[in-house]
Design a protein around this ligand. Structure first.
Ligand code: ATP
Length: 514
């Protein structure tokens, strides 16, 4: 098994053991691709959401928030295109009875050609040593060129089939390339069918009066249909944005990779309304602004990259993903899209209401253009968890599992620990905890040896431990232990409050954004 897979398994096990993420309905053997957040997970998740929310609404004069309902009028999903086009092409293997996304099977096949090329390059690099010219090798080596030609041929055929929505051709590609089911190993496939990813339910009590409604597959439409309400009641002038955090639901077919692809998940979306013609300038602004927000967490600049879309949705005129490196590669964590005036125009058409902005400078009315930033809370959570986890070798056979969370988003900010459970130390420690708890999430722990207690706090990523000992009773000083360096220093309780507010407050993180 690849080492990265082991690392990922360890992280998942750690997330469960320390109360971050549990499988939903676990005592009933679980519900596939649905997860619950535990006592530490919910704190981390809330902190990530606060970091996003405050960066959007408090640091921008022209961005306000809303909280729209999950249920919406079903025509909204007609207008947005989700009823007709929010589909994945599905194929079943008749032997294993497993269902796959046809596009994913073909993409995996394309990746195989890329792997072959990379193997050739790695082999040659080893053979030629320092004198190896990789670019030249890729352009001239006959085997690489042949793999590349085959890869491009498949890629082009696949893109054309996807663009034309040609399901027969997708099946034909799977047959022609002899793609087998990874489980049964057979090529006994059904036809390819379209599968809509929206969950449907009924609203209303009587059979005749009931209407089909959907669980929203994205939060964005709740913003679009409230555009006029917010613009008018907030007397907003373009450009301005509306931000929202909320649950979204997709009946994902290939739901795997832990909380990376879930059927119920949470999104943080912001729609920024601009004057037509200015959208690409704002697209660039949000591309940079969002990357800065990510990098500001200090998880490592090299872990991020942009992936600009070559193939755009018919209504979009620019789109990029921010990808983050997790143990199974660079994966999309956020999408930034220039959506033109598509959504608002569609809602104008389907609702029959005028959804426009009167621009006093131009003295004309128009449907605003939109730049969207859309990030998954759970994928952000996974990125933070994976990049902060370390199984650290402390020498002499000693190890510790530690989560190096950026202090402002750590679930617990400090733990107050009496050195022993007697001599008035617990009372003193409680007193200190009581002083701190109004400003910081602060735990009290008196069970087990101090070493074990430090390890427990390291495992949930608590940046500071405060140890109360006999000297505390004499001179009011405590020991402050820092999680990453494990350094300890003595200071007064007053100083402690100052250090904590500087290091662990969300403000310290937000200030660096300006
Ligand atoms: P993917 O290509 O991975 O399915 P997408 O391009 O369909 O994602 P968007 O519709 O752009 O995703 O949604 C915006 C963000 O919502 C994504 O960047 C991701 O962080 C998050 N997201 C989307 N689908 C899921 C899911 N099933 N589980 C968790 N997060 C999701």
């Amino acid at each position: 098994m690849a080492k990265q897979e082991d690392v990922f398994k360890t992280i998942i096990a750690h997330a469960k053991e320390y109360g971050f993420v549990f499988q939903s309905s676990e005592i009933y053997d679980g519900l596939s691709a649905v997860y619950d957040y535990g006592q530490n997970g919910v704190e981390l998740k809330n902190n990530i959401k606060r970091y996003w929310w405050e960066a959007m609404t408090m640091l921008h004069d022209n961005i306000v928030g809303i909280d729209s309902a999950i249920f919406m009028h079903p025509t909204i999903w007609k207008a947005s295109g989700h009823v007709d086009a929010f589909n994945d092409p599905l194929i079943d293997n008749k032997d294993s009875k497993k269902r796959y996304r046809a596009d994913v099977l073909i993409e995996d096949e394309i990746a195989k050609f890329e792997e072959k090329i990379n193997k050739e390059v790695a082999k040659a690099a080893k053979r030629f040593g320092e004198s190896f010219d990789e670019a030249m090798f890729r352009q001239t080596n006959p085997r690489v060129l042949e793999h590349q030609r085959k890869r491009d041929e498949l890629h082009n055929r696949f893109s054309e089939a996807m663009n034309a929505n040609d399901l027969t051709e997708l099946k034909q590609i799977i047959l022609d390339y002899e793609i087998a089911d990874p489980i049964s190993g057979t090529r006994n496939w059904t036809e390819v069918r379209q599968f809509n990813l929206m969950f449907k339910t009924e609203m209303g009590s009587t059979a005749d009066g009931a209407m089909d409604v959907y669980l929203r597959p994205e939060t964005a439409q709740g913003i679009f249909v409230n555009y006029l309400n917010v613009q008018k009641t907030g007397r907003m002038r373009l450009p301005f944005g509306i931000a929202q955090i909320g649950k979204a639901f997709r009946n994902e077919i290939v739901a795997r990779q832990f909380i990376f692809r879930m059927r119920e998940f949470e999104q943080m979306e912001m729609q920024f309304f601009v004057r037509p013609g200015e959208e690409l300038k704002w697209f660039d602004f949000w591309r940079q602004t969002r990357l800065k927000w990510h990098k500001n967490l200090g998880l490592g600049d090299s872990k991020y990259r942009f992936h600009d879309h070559e193939k755009l949705a018919h209504y979009a005129n620019a789109a990029t993903d921010i990808e983050f490196e997790i143990p199974f590669g660079f994966k999309e964590v956020e999408g930034i899209h220039s959506r033109t005036n598509f959504d608002l125009s569609q809602h104008e058409k389907f609702s029959g209401k005028k959804i426009q902005y009167f621009d006093p400078e131009l003295n004309e009315s128009y449907v605003p253009y939109v730049i969207e930033t859309s990030i998954g809370v759970d994928r952000m959570f996974l990125s933070v968890l994976c990049s902060c986890y370390e199984d650290q070798d402390l020498g002499n056979g000693d190890r510790r599992a530690v989560l190096h969370f950026p202090a402002p988003i750590a679930p617990v900010k400090c733990a107050v620990l009496p050195l022993v459970k007697k001599d008035g130390l617990p009372e003193k420690a409680r007193e200190i905890q009581h002083r701190l708890r109004f400003d910081f999430t602060c735990q009290y722990d008196e069970k087990d040896s101090i070493g074990k207690r430090y390890r427990r706090q390291d495992a949930i990523g608590t940046p500071y431990c405060i140890t109360v000992d006999h000297q505390t009773l004499e001179d009011g000083t405590v020991t402050l232990r820092e999680r990453d360096s494990m350094d300890q220093r003595r200071l007064s309780v007053d100083e402690l409050e100052k250090i904590l507010s500087e290091e662990v407050s969300l403000n310290s993180l937000l200030r660096k954004l300006l």
